[in-house]
Design a protein around this ligand. Sequence first.
Ligand code: ADP
Length: 192
Amino acid sequence: MTRLIFLGPPGAGKGTQAKVLSERCKVPHISTGDILRAAVKAETTLGQKAEGYMSAGELVPDDLMLDLIGERLSSEDTAHGWLLDGFPRNVEQAEFLTALLDEIEQRCDSVINLEVPDDVLVSRMLERGRADDKEDVIRNRLEVYRAQTEPLIAFYQAQGLLRSVDGNQALSNVTDALRAIVDKPDVNATAD
Ligand code: ADP
């Protein structure tokens, strides 16, 4: 059983690594960014409401996100594990998730903090060239990350769940480090 939350700034490689691990652990990869991009593409009500926030690099409002994740984590295919990528992204979302997991009697094994320096993040995102990967939007996403998401590092550290991984190394080395955590979720929890 694997239940992991991927933290880390935009461009840290959360999505790439979560995809690899989800195949290895045979649990669904839940990326709120992917869900939102699919909704925008399909022009659903959610997509129409989310699009402006995403293209500005702002967070989509919690009232749209909380129901979405509540439903996703209560479905049958997530009963035996999941990898969360892109959620939670602020303290309110994290508190909602804690209460939700309590209610559905699930427990998160570890919270992975992928660490990558800012200059590397920016150049990775510029190379990727997604619709929201323009320089000014990238800058705003990093600011939003610092202000709203970074406090979750302390939030999960206080719960003894945080595991930091150096995301500034070859993809396969990052994957190896993550595999070690998945195989032994309860040892070497970072104390820093
Ligand atoms: P990245 O990790 O590169 O920032 P994501 O694919 O995770 O990319 O997210 C892209 C955009 O989708 C975010 O900038 C934000 O607008 C929106 N988004 C994704 N997840 C959330 C969330 N949990 N809460 C609010 N907005 C979100």
